[in-house]
Design a protein around this ligand. Structure first.
Ligand code: ATP
Ligand code: MG
Length: 469
């Protein structure tokens, strides 16, 4: 019937299994079934693709549930972006039912059913017992490194992270099945871990980050027993694959609640395990850096809310800027060449960061460009200005310069100068710019009526350098 190692798919006596496997579980509660009339989930808010998967499984005689974040978000009145399905059909059985299905993952075997650009993740119920020797579950030093032992729905509920994430929407009668008290937590707006926090974080330290991220996203508090181990167990995050932390950081910062996630990470004391350089720079009390980061995250959240695209490169450039800038300054004051100091600082900070969060090369290249263009904004000479304006990364670097306004009034005015310069016709701007360092030139302010006095004052100190006045 199944391709499951050592174990056939069970149509089971689940309650008995559950009791046997979890005799003293703290979360062992009676199943609470919330009927169609007692909850607010409507099929119109479930994606067509997810409904098709659920119905097809059900018609083939399997149990089929919507599960996890989608159920949680639907109950909260939100619109989930991803829909996960849980079933007692094994991955191979799922594959037989859907032509548009591929099996993925070795560590955690899953079926992906694909409709256009929507993917419905279909997972077979997982078992919970560590003692189980049959099947394909491996635990190394308390950490789950492989989890392919099939189980009952009750067991599946218990291996999920938070109680609010362990509710099942049953397509056969539209009820919600709550095995661990998730409804109560939704009502109380709290994230409680299922089981013993120490064990659950050892099994998978990313659950700590998920606590912070979900608390930010849902505006929930984290139950004290779930947050108490953060300080002690946070260092376990250094053992998590950096590629996984990259994925997690995108969910934190690029899905519309970046600023809240950032604050929550900091408040939970977890920032330093993910972004050590950022945490160090902020610990030095750098108010301007904090303003830059918060403003950068706020802008990103606003773009996401408007459905605009966002790039991880810009955001990581924002997060790591403080350390890059300070390192570059240290090295230039020690007599290193400017360009050299900036590029070495960038390489150094990126290398350290990538040991924690594996930022792909295509993004680190952009980050390094954004940083290394910053000192070039101060070089107001004709050729250099035009070269910078034509640079493929000018837009991102300029947006970054605007964020840096909090660093000093001079930077703020420099940002205004460049904003203004971009609006001028080529000839007008060329005439206003000196040919080379110290040479006389027209006045950019005269070139554009309505220039502010503030900017005139600003150009005095830079005039020696830029000659723009
Ligand atoms: P989001 O709104 O970000 O999608 P989510 O809770 O749906 O939040 P997913 O990563 O989509 O997060 O995971 C789906 C479900 O899988 C979760 O709700 C939870 O039940 C379970 N899950 C995910 N990650 C873990 C984990 N590390 N440990 C235990 N269960 C997990
Ligand atoms: Mg989800």
């Amino acid at each position: 019937m199944s391709g499951v190692p050592g174990r056939a798919h069970r149509k089971l006596d689940t309650r008995k299994d559950f009791d046997r496997l979890n005799p003293k579980s703290r979360n062992h509660q009676a199943l609470h079934v919330i009927t169609r009339e007692q909850h607010t989930i409507s099929r119109k808010n479930i994606s067509k693709a997810a409904l098709r998967v659920l119905y097809r499984l059900n018609e083939a005689g399997y149990d089929a549930y919507l599960v996890g974040g989608a159920v949680r978000d639907l109950l909260l009145g939100g619109h989930p972006k991803d829909f996960d399905v849980a079933t007692n059909a094994t991955p191979d059985e799922v594959k037989k039912l859907f032509r548009n299905c591929r099996l993925i993952g070795r560590r955690f075997r899953l079926a992906h059913v694909v409709y256009g650009n929507e993917i419905i993740e279909v997972a077979t119920f997982r078992g919970t017992s560590e003692e189980q020797s049959e099947g394909d579950r491996h635990i190394v030093d308390g950490r789950i490194v492989r989890d392919n032992v099939w189980g009952s729905i009750e067991e599946d509920a218990l291996r999920r992270d938070f109680r609010v994430n362990a509710m099942y929407y049953d397509i056969s009668d539209f009820s919600v099945r709550d095995y661990v008290g998730g409804m109560q937590d939704l009502h109380d707006r709290v994230l409680r871990l299922i089981g013993d926090p120490q064990t659950r974080y050892h099994e998978d330290p990313v659950r700590m980050l998920r606590a912070a991220r979900l608390a930010a996203k849902l505006d929930f508090r984290i139950d004290s027993s779930a947050s108490a181990p953060f300080a002690e167990l946070g260092p376990l995050l250094s053992g998590v694959a950096p590629a996984r932390l990259f994925d997690e950081s995108l969910k934190m910062f690029l899905t519309g609640h970046g600023l809240k996630s950032f604050r929550m990470l900091e408040q939970c004391g977890l920032l330093k395990f993910m972004f050590p350089a950022t945490a160090r720079a902020l610990k030095r009390g750098d108010k301007a850096l904090r303003a830059l980061i918060e403003h950068g995250l706020e802008n990103t959240d606003a773009r996401v809310a408007e459905g605009k695209s966002v790039t991880p490169a810009f955001l990581f450039a924002v997060l790591l800027w403080g350390e890059v800038r300070d390192l570059a300054h240290t090295w230039t004051t020690q007599g290193k060449d400017d360009n050299d100091a900036w590029s070495r600082a960038a390489v150094h900070v990126v290398a350290e960061q990538c040991q924690r969060v594996a930022i792909p090369r295509r993004f680190t290249i952009t980050m390094e460009e954004i940083w290394s263009l910053q000192p070039r904004f101060e070089q107001i000479q004709r050729k250099k200005v035009f070269r910078l304006l034509a640079h493929p990364r000018f837009r991102a670097a300029f947006d970054f310069l605007l964020l840096r306004a909090a660093e000093s009034p001079a930077i703020g005015e420099l940002g205004q100068w460049w904003a203004h310069a971009q609006q001028l016709p080529h000839e007008t701007l060329a005439a206003a710019l000196p040919l080379h360092h110290g040479a006389p030139a027209g006045d950019l302010d005269t070139a554009r009526a309505g220039a502010t006095r503030k900017r005139k004052r600003r150009r005095k100190p830079t005039a020696g350098k830029s000659g723009a006045g």
